[in-house]
Design a protein around this ligand. Structure first.
Ligand SMILES: Cc1cc2nc3c(=O)[nH]c(=O)nc-3n(C[C@H](O)[C@H](O)[C@H](O)COP(=O)(O)OP(=O)(O)OC[C@H]3O[C@@H](n4cnc5c(N)ncnc54)[C@H](O)[C@@H]3O)c2cc1C
Length: 485
């Protein structure tokens, strides 16, 4: 590592690079604590989540789901419900939603909150200086929150396909007739289903044996079947080998069980993962250490190999979610300002997430797949949502709440929920795990009837039934029989 001389005094306490979730929250915490903070963003305030990620995708999913409901009209007692729409209006709606949320992440709001917002490209020139718009800012600490970008695999001729990614798919105003989605992870699955519901003929290509492979097999199986029932062609164990143009048609060439499979398409959406943004802003010159996965390496306090340079969010990982970026931001901001007195280790013990397919899939902590991989002993309790009154009334009676516990103990190791609003339902278990609340306490808590949230309580009830002391129940049986005499 090079030696840099420390300035005698500093203009700022923190310079934050990137105004996505990680950068916004870091700077907000700093400014709230009356530190002098500059936040530098080169593109759009709000980062990927607001502009090209969570927000437009959830808006699109909502429109697609609404349309899907009209296709299920008879299930709800209607003869039919024909809907006319222009795809361009659906995409414009997503932009309107972005504009509605935008003021919360704006320069105006953050300036009012005490953050010095600078629009420009930041470059770290030393551990104590950041250059932007031709000016050099001196700072005690730097927080890198530069995010990630869609990873595009180097498949021959992919560059000739004029492909879409999550960065530019939002600019589409004409519905693709035949769409190939490359990738079976959460982003690929969410967009596959949304485009198929809006009328594209979608082929999803995944090289692994299943889509949503991070979740337990019954989740992947259910979602695959659901996709197929909605007309999606799910091609697993298909490895994209090249792209070609034949008779003016774009084709993806895959290898499947030693055979060549060609699929024609009009548009290609690449969704095979996200690569941390680590280039062209000074990391190389400073020799900031990267991990094998090309993210910035940080320690438990979120420090890089320079103790006053921190990294949060997608650029550091290991998780790539808005809420984990915000979670990390607290540690980086507080550690950078008060690390001289006390430093806090980032706590990844209870990390939840959701995939917004229909049905949704939400998780916190371990699933069976993880537990087996890590050799952690567990017990499984499952409640099937098909039996839940509210899910039945809503025609959404499918899915489950699956809880992993320490064998013989009321300690939750992890929960997977698949079903309507699973992303909201999991919150109760996130709180339970974070606060060390067991299933007995969830069972002893009144849940409103009829709600989807009752599923959480019924899952706790299943656990209780399986753990009721058999000797006591036998004794009670004899006692009541004696009383009836
Ligand atoms: C389609 C899609 C759907 C998603 N859905 C969800 C979801 O439902 N829930 C969820 O939790 N997560 C979701 N995510 C992930 C989520 O968007 C990211 O995890 C989150 O945006 C990460 O925040 P961040 O602050 O680390 O980075 P970003 O939001 O990427 O922000 C980084 C910012 O840094 C700026 N920047 C980079 N380099 C510089 C520089 N040198 N100078 C100045 N500025 C710079 C960039 O312009 C960018 O604005 C989704 C992502 C995608 C693509």
């Amino acid at each position: 590592m090079k030696e840099y001389s420390k300035p005698e005094k500093f203009d700022r306490d923190i310079v934050v690079i990137g105004a996505g979730a990680g950068g916004l929250v870091s700077s907000l915490i700093g400014a709230t604590l009356n530190a002098k903070v500059s936040l530098i963003e080169r593109h759009k305030m709000g980062g990927d989540c607001l502009n090209t990620g969570c927000v437009p995708s959830k808006a699109l999913i909502r429109s697609a789901k609404w349309l899907q409901h009209t296709k299920r009209a008879q299930e709800f007692g209607f003869e039919s419900a024909d809907v006319k729409f222009d795809f361009a209006d659906i995409m414009e709606r997503a932009q309107r939603i972005i504009r509605t949320i935008e003021p919360a992440d704006s320069v105006e709001r953050y300036t009012e909150l005490g953050v010095d917002c600078i629009i420009g490209e930041a470059k770290i020139t030393s551990p104590y200086t950041v250059e932007v718009n031709g000016k050099s800012l001196t700072t005690r600490n730097i927080i890198i929150a530069a995010g990630a970008r869609p990873f595009v695999p180097p498949i021959p001729r992919i560059d000739d396909m004029d492909y879409l990614t999550s960065d530019n798919v939002w600019e589409l105003r004409k519905l693709p007739k035949r769409l190939v989605v490359l990738g079976g992870g959460p982003i690929g699955c969410e967009l596959t289903q949304a485009f198929a519901r809006l009328g594209s003929q979608v082929t999803q290509v995944e090289m692994m044996p299943e889509i949503m492979g991070r979740e337990d097999p019954e989740v992947s199986e259910f979602i695959t079947k659901r996709f197929e029932s909605e007309g999606i062609d799910v091609l697993t164990e298909h490895t994209a080998k090249s792209f070609i143009i034949e008779n003016g048609q774009k084709l993806i060439v895959c290898e499947h069980n030693g055979q060549e499979v060609k699929i024609a398409f009009d548009e290609l959406l690449v969704a095979v993962g996200r690569a941390a943004r680590v280039d062209n802003y000074g990391l190389d010159d400073l020799e900031i250490t990267l991990t094998k996965r090309h993210t910035i390496e940080v320690n438990d306090f979120l420090q890089t190999n320079y103790p006053n340079i921190y990294a949060v969010g997608d650029v550091a990982g290991p998780y790539q979610f808005t809420h984990t970026a915000a979670h990390m931001a607290w540690y980086a901001a507080v550690n950078s300002l008060f690390g001289g007195f006390k430093k806090f280790r980032v706590d990844y013990s209870v990390i939840p997430w959701a995939t917004y397919t229909d049905p949704e899939v939400a998780r916190v902590g371990l699933n069976e797949q993880d537990a087996k991989e890590k050799g952690i002993a567990y017990e499984v309790t499952k409640y099937e949502i098909k039996d839940l009154d509210r899910a039945i009334t809503d025609e959404e009676a499918q899915g489950f709440v699956k809880v992993l516990t320490v064998p013989g103990k009321d300690k939750i190791l992890g929960v997977t929920i698949m079903g309507e609003h699973a992303g909201d339902l999991i919150a109760e278990y996130v709180l339970a795990m974070k606060q060390n609340i067991g299933l007995n306490k969830i069972l002893g808590t009144i849940h409103i009837y009829p709600t989807l949230a009752e599923a959480n309580k019924y899952a706790a009830g299943e656990w209780k039934k399986a753990h009721a002391p058999q000797w006591a129940l036998k004794l009670l049986k004899r006692y009541f029989a004696w009383r009836r005499r």
